[in-house]
Design a protein around this ligand. Structure first.
Ligand code: MCA
Length: 512
């Protein structure tokens, strides 16, 4: 039974129960499973009327809101492909995704109309763009009111792509990871079992919905279980603790930056969180001190798990049993994980550090229209190369030991330095640049740009920052800009990032 079959079943079994509760300063909008089914069906009719066909890419550059959920589910039900995008992308970045995906429809927020409209003429595949007033559910209900619920057969082909998540790479241009109905179903079934999802769970959802973590693991996880997802549009530590207490929530999923802010919130320990049964942490390594501080503050032990956009969740510490500090736990049911030599792909023995490689029904089928990059991402015998380094302990627990790829993780978002370097290279005053991650207690790593200015073009760090703010989504903007005379290079002229990291951030690590 696929996720969508399960959702349809839940809509019948739990018809009157809230599937979603969207919380804003104006109040709570509750959507029962029956209403969810009804609105998604009407949204399908609206999409059909606008020509959506099987396999079409439909881009959703929306803030976290109920219409996002309706559209996303309706797109998948019609066997089209949902393409969620960070609403913070500036036009320059948005254009790339729409063009690369050859998206046929775009849904964006009304407030983005002026910024987005000039892009539309230069997107030949785009057949329509809808600017929605997402400030309340009633506006969307009015928008689709004329459409009676659609009757469309359930998707049958589990190998069909239903979701595309862009992930960057060492080449600097993001690639669309194609996730199928089968991928999502396999991963959701594994997590349902591993984390003991129950229909009486109440998830407090504080993550963005344009990534696998917030969208699949959290939101789909709750809907798959027939549980209730209480959605906050953005994360706020005090509001989170208040809602966890008042709504008697049972599950929260976060990234280390979120957990650190919860621990640091005023009177954090005073909230009554006894009904909570599961706090998970992922998207970045959970620091040991935070693991302990969380336990000391809330009396709950964070459950660390590991995943990536291409695979969904890969390993998890156990729900019952040892949640090992510094370890990402054991492979999830149905997921095979091995440690292999990063160059030869030869499997390595327990205790040896190598590349983490993954195989299973959860692994994406490849990158959208990138057969070459897809071929490189997999070993000849079908294991996905994660680019993460790690080891397997004799009792089966996996521990990550760094990355073989040039990647920064800040607040749980991945930033590939070449993406930022490419933007910097277009600045007239930049002769050369290197973007590195420096350790940071709050964010995990902080994006740092080291720049050699052109001798004849004076520039300040503030000008570079302002330029990056115009061209990059907020989390990719360097928090620190350093102007230097030269960058350390090896004999072949390659910039020595490890040396820069150790000189500028006092880091000694294996990354190069
Ligand atoms: C926001 N900003 C950031 C980040 N987030 N800068 C660096 N790194 C970030 N992660 C910038 C904003 O653009 C803004 O810049 C300023 O910081 C706002 O700060 P603040 O309000 O404190 O931030 P926030 O809006 O509260 O966001 C912090 C956050 C958020 C809640 C931790 O980053 C977040 O939701 N992270 C979760 C990431 C996530 O879901 N990752 C999943 C992908 P300015 O001031 O210049 O405007 S990974 C995944 O899906 C895989 C499968 C997995 O395993 O999970």
């Amino acid at each position: 039974m696929t996720f969508l079959d399960k959702l349809a079943q839940n809509c019948r079994h739990y018809a009157d129960k809230p599937a979603l509760e969207f919380v804003t300063e104006h109040g709570v909008t509750a959507v029962s499973y029956r209403q969810l089914e009804q609105t998604v069906s009407q949204t399908m009719a609206f999409l059909q009327a606008n020509g959506v066909q099987r396999g079409d890419r439909i881009a959703l550059q929306l803030p976290k809101c109920l219409p996002f959920v309706y559209l996303h589910l309706a797109i998948m039900r019609l066997e089209a492909i949902s393409l969620p995008l960070n609403p913070g992308y500036p036009p320059h970045e948005l254009h790339y995704f729409l063009q690369d995906a050859a998206a046929s429809l775009l849904f964006a927020d009304n407030t983005a109309r002026n910024a987005i409209t000039p892009l539309l003429a230069d997107l030949p595949a785009l057949q329509g763009c809808f600017f929605l007033d997402t400030s309340n559910d009633a506006n969307f209900q009015a928008f689709i009111a004329a459409f009676p619920p659609a009757q469309a057969p359930m998707p049958q082909d589990s190998s069909a792509t239903c979701l595309m998540i862009y992930t960057s790479g060492t080449t600097g241009r993001p690639k669309g990871a194609e996730l199928t109905h089968g991928n999502l179903t396999a991963n959701l079934d594994a997590l349902h079992e591993a984390w003991g999802w129950r229909a009486d769970d109440i998830l407090l959802h504080v993550l963005p919905v344009f990534h696998v973590h917030g969208l699949i693991v959290a939101l789909h996880g709750a809907l798959n279980a027939g549980a209730t997802a209480v959605l906050h549009p953005t994360f706020d530590a005090e509001k989170t603790l208040q809602t966890l207490q008042d709504r008697r929530c049972t599950v929260l999923m976060g990234v280390p930056t979120i957990h650190r802010r919860l621990v640091g919130a005023p009177h954090a320990a005073a909230y009554n969180l006894r009904h909570m049964r599961l706090f998970t942490s992922g998207s970045d390594r959970l620091p040991d001190d935070l693991f302990h501080a969380f336990q000391a503050t809330f009396g709950h032990t964070l459950l660390e798990r590991y995943g990536m956009s291409e695979t969904g969740m890969i390993t998890s510490n156990p729900l019952h049993g040892e949640r090992r500090i510094g370890s990402v736990g054991l492979p999830l049911p149905g997921v095979a994980v091995r440690i292999a030599h990063p160059q030869t792909d030869e499997p390595l023995p327990d205790g040896a550090v190598g590349e983490v490689q993954v195989r299973g029904a959860n692994v994406c089928k490849g990158y959208w229209r990138q057969p070459d990059k897809t071929a490189v991402a997999f070993t000849p015998d079908g294991w996905l190369r994660t680019g993460d380094l790690g080891l397997r302990e004799p009792d089966g627990y996996f521990t990550l030991k760094g990355r073989s790829k040039d990647l920064i993780i800040s607040g749980g978002f991945n930033i590939y330095p070449p993406e930022v370097e490419l933007v910097l290279a277009d600045h007239p005053a930049v002769l050369a640049s290197a973007v590195i991650g420096c350790p940071d207690v709050e964010w995990g790593e902080m994006v740092t740009a080291v720049i050699v200015p052109r001798p004849d073009t004076p520039v300040t760090a503030e000008e570079i920052t302002a330029y990056c703010q115009r061209h990059l989504v907020g989390y990719k903007v360097p928090r620190r800009v350093l102007l230097v005379d030269s960058l350390p290079r090896n004999a072949l002229g390659k910039i020595q990032k490890a040396q820069l990291r150790s000189e500028l951030c006092g880091v000694n690590n294996v990354r190069g």
